[in-house]
Write a protein that binds this ligand. Structure first.
Ligand SMILES: Nc1ncnc2c1ncn2[C@@H]1O[C@H](COP(=O)(O)OP(=O)(O)OP(=O)(O)O)[C@@H](O)[C@H]1O
Length: 668
């Protein structure tokens, strides 16, 4: 137990001497300071209450949480008090600073795996405790992981944390859009069913990637773009090629956390049992490695601040015309971002078409490769289209779904995008999130039965104070993998399928296709058109729209009559060629349909879109109705963009398939 916690810290500003600045957040500046009567160095977070007028509730929450928590891996405050218009929060000084600062100043490409294992292990222990107490942290990221010089790791910043057992307004806060975009779970962005502890598991996975690469996926993009990329793309992960230096078990851990369906993510307790953490050494290792030889925190912070200022200066000219733009937010790409229309306007103005760097990022690359490997089968990220592909009469199933989603816009803005994200079956069936329901409902979402029971007692008695129960006993309780978890792990191995297994599956898929076995999707459709016998007779084996594929297309160029008995080698390759041709033709057809539909939609609606969005975006919203309309306009634009991106992907895939065919023909 930290000895300092037992000391009585004075609650008067004159008892502290502020030294240099060591950190800065959206709402506060943090200083190294001396507590004069105790002769102890502390950190003091100074919040300007006048500037935080609209978030006093959040501040109150943070201070309360910080004073009540009691876990070695959580940053507890010594005390807090007001000083003029400021709130001072006195905390232990974490001389190593945040992991983000350490990376920025000394490890720009991220840490090595042994270091990451320790950091994640310590943070996860904090999450197990928090979740057991009924709290969601909601802002897990390297900037909030603080380290002291001995290597102690503490998760900080409860500014946006939420308690699962609050009622009324506080409960509604779990339907709000808080956190930091790059680390934010899709369900938090979507605002469909609310969210729970699992949102922290997603952020934990993103933090793992951040520690591995030195930055979070999509960190260079403005929040609006991050939102779209997170919702539309396959989850990011460690790449097989690029991340060779990391173990299979680390890749698997990340894959387990970054599953879009929160129900399929493990609880923090379950995650703590992941084999990856077997390698986690004692925290002393950090002091011998990443903390060794670091310059004092204040100096590091000053240098980083100067660098940031220089970048801002450089970019000033670029963004001059976008007067309202918060450049600082953009460059950091990490700060808390509430789903607010002013932000959207600002951020939307910054969106560029390139997805260059992060498209090189593993997630997009993997999605792309997966699409290629699996042929026509569309990525689940676009399930609105793909699910309907096989039984869709007009081929517009996804678009129809989208249309019907649009009707629900005024009620749930982001719901309109449903069907374009991989909302799991469970999600679609679920009517309300479990935490919204009765007490027994909420139990299901809790990390462990004993924890939930404990937490439920909390609700009954409204005693958040009980959070300060003995750390040791809490830790003990949370150590054991619950029976339920162990069983569900056995019963549903898919649930634990990580990136590695997914890659294996893809490889398998690839080899299946090469052997001429059509995928499920193809099997159904081949029947609709023709069979291999037709091909050998030179008949039209496929006729869709203006595309006709005949078997002569498949025959060797040298064959005069175009009708020879294929040798065994040819025989084996014909089904592949046939299947590819069919895919190709069908893809062309689908692209044409999409293009036609988009053109129609664009013709009819673009004027309306422009009108609505331009007019509405100009004027600040006066009424709730106007706000809804603004949301509608913005989301229609997003959908438009999604459609265009899909179209583009189809085109590219088509080109790839054509190239594949010509390669195969050349080989022949
Ligand atoms: N106790 C501490 N010891 C050392 N450094 C600290 C301490 N507390 C905070 N910092 C530094 O100050 C930075 C900002 O603090 P904090 O995250 O609490 O502010 P904030 O306004 O809540 O930030 P944000 O909302 O952007 O996360 C941290 O990222 C960290 O680098």
């Amino acid at each position: 137990m930290d000895h300092a916690l037992e000391k009585k810290f004075p609650v008067n500003a004159k008892d502290y001497k502020l030294y240099e600045e060591i950190g800065e957040g959206v709402s506060a500046t943090v200083y190294r300071a001396l507590c004069i009567p105790l002769n102890e160095i502390v950190a003091i977070k100074v919040l300007d209450l006048e500037k935080c007028n609209n978030d006093l509730d959040g501040i109150r929450r943070e201070v309360k949480t910080m004073s009540l928590i009691n876990h070695p891996n959580l940053l507890k405050s010594h005390c807090s008090f007001t000083n003029d218009q400021n709130l001072w929060v006195v905390m232990p000084y974490m001389a190593g600073g945040s992991c983000m600062h350490i990376m920025k100043s000394a490890y720009p490409d991220g840490f090595d795996e042994p270091v990451i294992a320790i950091l994640l292990h310590e943070v996860l222990k904090a999450l197990v405790y928090l979740h057991g107490q009924g709290h969601i942290h909601r802002d897990v990221k390297s900037g909030n992981i603080l380290v002291d010089l001995k290597g102690a790791v503490k998760l900080a910043d409860f500014g946006v944390s939420a308690c699962m057992f609050d009622t009324g307004d506080r409960q509604r806060s779990r339907n709000t859009f808080v956190g930091t975009p790059c680390w934010m779970a899709p369900e938090v962005m979507q605002q469909l069913h609310g969210y729970d502890f699992k949102a922290d598991i997603w952020s934990f996975g993103i933090t793992a990637l951040e520690l591995a690469h030195g930055h979070a996926p999509f960190s260079k993009y403005p929040p609006m773009k991050v939102l779209l990329l997170t919702l539309q793309n396959a989850p990011p992960g460690l790449d097989y090629e690029r991340d060779k230096r990391f173990s299979k078990s680390f890749k698997e851990l990340v894959g387990t956390c970054l599953v879009k369906d929160p129900k399929k993510r493990p609880t923090s307790e379950k995650l703590l049992k992941h084999p990856f953490f077997k390698q986690a050494r004692s925290v002393n290792y950090l002091s011998r490695t990443i903390l060794h030889g670091l310059t004092p925190l204040g100096d590091r912070f000053r240098i980083l601040k100067e660098k940031d200022a220089a970048i801002l200066e450089q970019n000033k000219a670029l963004y001059e015309d976008k007067e309202q733009l918060s450049q600082k937010e953009y460059i950091r790409g990490i700060s808390e971002w509430n789903f607010n229309l002013e932000d959207l306007k600002r951020q939307a103005s910054m969106i560029q078409e390139d997805v260059d760097d992060d498209s090189k990022d593993s997630s997009i690359k993997r999605e792309w490769q997966e699409d290629l490997l699996q042929g026509e089968r569309l990525s689940p990220e676009r399930s609105g289209l793909s699910n309907s592909a096989s039984n869709d009469e007009d081929g517009y199933g996804g678009l129809h779904d989208l249309g019907s989603s649009l009707n629900s816009f005024p009620i749930k803005p982001l719901q309109a995008l449903k069907g374009w994200f991989d909302v799991g079956e469970d999600d679609q069936n679920a009517s309300t999130p479990s935490w919204k329901g009765s007490v027994s409902d909420s139990e299901e979402q809790l990390p462990e039965k004993s924890s939930s029971k404990y937490a439920l007692d909390n609700i009954k008695e409204h005693h958040i104070e009980s959070a300060t129960m003995s750390t040791d006993s809490k830790t003990d309780r949370s150590e054991g993998l619950s029976q339920h978890d162990a069983q569900s792990a056995k019963q549903d191995p898919k649930e634990l399928m990580g990136e590695w297994e997914r890659d294996d599956l893809q490889r398998k898929c690839k080899s299946d296709n090469c052997s001429g076995q059509p995928s499920n999707w193809q099997k159904g459709d081949i029947g609709r058109f023709s069979n291999i016998e037709d091909a050998s007779n030179g008949a039209v084996i496929q006729c869709k729209g203006r595309f006709k594929v005949t078997s002569t297309d498949l025959l060797p160029k040298g064959s005069a009559s175009g009708f020879t008995t294929p040798n065994p080698a040819m025989r084996s390759i014909l089904p592949s060629l046939n299947s590819i041709l069919q895919q190709n033709a069908m893809q062309r057809e689908e692209i044409l349909k999409l293009m036609k539909h988009v053109e129609q939609m664009t013709d009819k609606q673009s004027e309306t879109f422009d009108l609505i969005s331009n007019e509405l975006l100009q004027a600040p919203p006066a009424t709730a109705k106007e706000k809804e309309l603004q949301s509608l306009a913005i989301h229609l634009q997003q959908i438009n963009e999604s459609l265009n991106e899909d179209l583009h992907k189809h085109r590219t895939r088509n080109a790839q398939l054509e190239k594949h065919i010509s390669d195969l023909s050349n080989q022949k």
